[in-house]
Design a protein around this ligand. Structure first.
Ligand SMILES: *Cc1c(COP(=O)(O)O)cnc(C)c1O
Length: 416
């Protein structure tokens, strides 16, 4: 076999339309019909099977933090894979340990804090769910267990059974009931509702600092502080799901960085590997970190040398390329520009996690018109558009979208 082999030599060549026909006969239908067949990316640009170029303003849903095919990340992943790719968790590796240390340092984790690595966001949430089940329990789990977990209306925490129990959307939940029990959803951003719901039977409160899937909805100011006080008083864990908002997305390492609180645990994933799958559960402090003991949780692939090298490379590039400053500046430029576009009624979000509402229920048509005009965006709701571009998006690139948006909105309205 040629040492220079690439995946493209392993597949036949087709047009986009032919690929999609093959897709529909061989792939499970859970995602509907994919919008395009993508074959290549560089920075904030991607190209489809028919050679059309797109500015990627979704970044694989907040995943491609450094854009596509970032040279440094690609090089680190390739060389790690060529050195040692997988070892199982009977063993560890330098990149795994170094990444855990780096994450604890970046998040200013208190002494005794620990990390558990996963392959995805939902797995990080599953680990957090199991952590919550251990709160207050005796070592064998038979007594003292707190049975309730609180999450918010509009919450999205993933699609596996435990994470799904925390996710609010009825259409996602109903087909799979019964879900792991004890989860109650309370009104979004309502401190009084939280204080009324919390007592000594509550194991944990799960919060997203900004609800991404609900249309980029930030928690109101003061909510996190109130949640920290209420959970501390009741002995419940405060678990922040930063799977979407973490790793520079908001212009800070964590969206909760300036909220003046220290949570008990944090979940991370999407941007962490710069496009390579990896997630993490961070447990803050000695007590929380010892809730899950030897044998109580595990993973085959989680924390493998390649994934942890990818994340180390991503964090290094974010630091050395001064990416956080770029996120703040370009995010501000985009939000200001969007607010001035006719037909945009509200702009929300922080850094490069942006949601904006339209004056008509045309968001899905805007996604289609955007694609035809060479822009990838997403519609989490009938009148809401979400942008979560690579964190290295330039002002010039953002400007091309702002300039094209009025015509895209008009095309979407005409198509209704
Ligand atoms: C995407 C997301 C998840 C699930 O992550 P997957 O990698 O898709 O399993 C969980 N929580 C939040 C806040 C997310 O945005």
């Amino acid at each position: 076999m040629a040492a220079e082999a690439t995946a493209t030599t392993l597949v036949s060549h087709s047009t986009g339309a032919e690929w999609l026909k093959r897709y529909s006969t061989s792939l499970m239908g859970v995602f509907g019909t994919p919008q395009r067949v993508l074959v290549r990316g560089a920075g904030c640009l991607v190209w489809d099977a028919d050679g059309k170029e797109y500015l990627d303003l979704l970044g694989g849903i907040a995943v491609n933090a450094l854009g596509h095919a970032h040279p440094f990340v690609t090089s680190v992943i390739s060389s790690q894979l060529a050195t040692l790719g997988h070892v199982s968790n009977f063993f560890t590796s330098p990149t795994q340990i170094a990444l855990a240390e780096k994450l604890l340092a970046l998040t200013h984790a208190p002494a005794g804090s620990k990390v558990f690595f996963t392959n995805s966001g939902t797995e990080a949430v599953e680990a957090a769910f199991k952590l919550a089940r251990r709160n207050g329990a005796s070592p064998d789990g038979t007594t003292g267990k707190r049975t309730k977990i609180i999450a918010l209306e509009g919450a999205f925490h993933g699609r596996t059974m435990g994470a799904l129990a925390l996710t609010a959307k009825e259409a996602y939940r109903a087909p799979f009931e019964p879900l792991p029990g004890g989860v109650v959803h309370i009104p979004f951003g309502d401190v009084a509702a939280l204080e009324a719901a919390i007592d000594e039977t509550v194991a944990a409160v799960f919060l997203e600092p900004i609800q991404g899937e609900a249309g980029v909805r930030p928690l109101p100011p003061g909510y996190l502080k109130a949640a920290r006080e209420a959970t501390t008083k009741a002995g419940a864990l405060l678990i922040m799901d930063e799977v979407q908002t973490g790793i520079g997305r908001t212009g800070k390492w964590l969206a909760t960085e300036d909220a003046g609180i220290v949570p008990d645990a944090i979940t991370l994933a999407k941007g962490l590997g710069g496009g390579f799958p990896i997630g993490a559960l961070l447990t803050f402090g000695e007590q929380t970190s010892s809730l899950l003991s030897a044998g109580q949780h595990g993973t085959t692939f989680g924390g493998n040398p390649v994934a942890t090298a990818a994340a180390l490379a991503t964090l290094h590039a974010i630091e050395s390329q001064r990416v956080l400053e770029n996120v703040a500046a370009v995010g501000e430029y985009l939000r200001t520009g969007l607010a001035a576009v006719d037909g945009v009624t509200e702009v929300r979000g922080e850094g490069l996690l942006i949601g904006f509402d339209l004056d008509a229920e045309v968001a899905p048509a805007v996604v289609t018109a955007g694609l035809n005009a060479g822009f990838i965006v997403n519609s989490p709701g009938p009148r809401t558009i979400r942008l979560a571009p690579p964190l290295v998006l330039t002002n010039d690139q953002a400007g091309t979208f702002l300039a094209a948006l009025p015509a895209i909105l008009q095309t979407a309205k005409d198509a209704q």
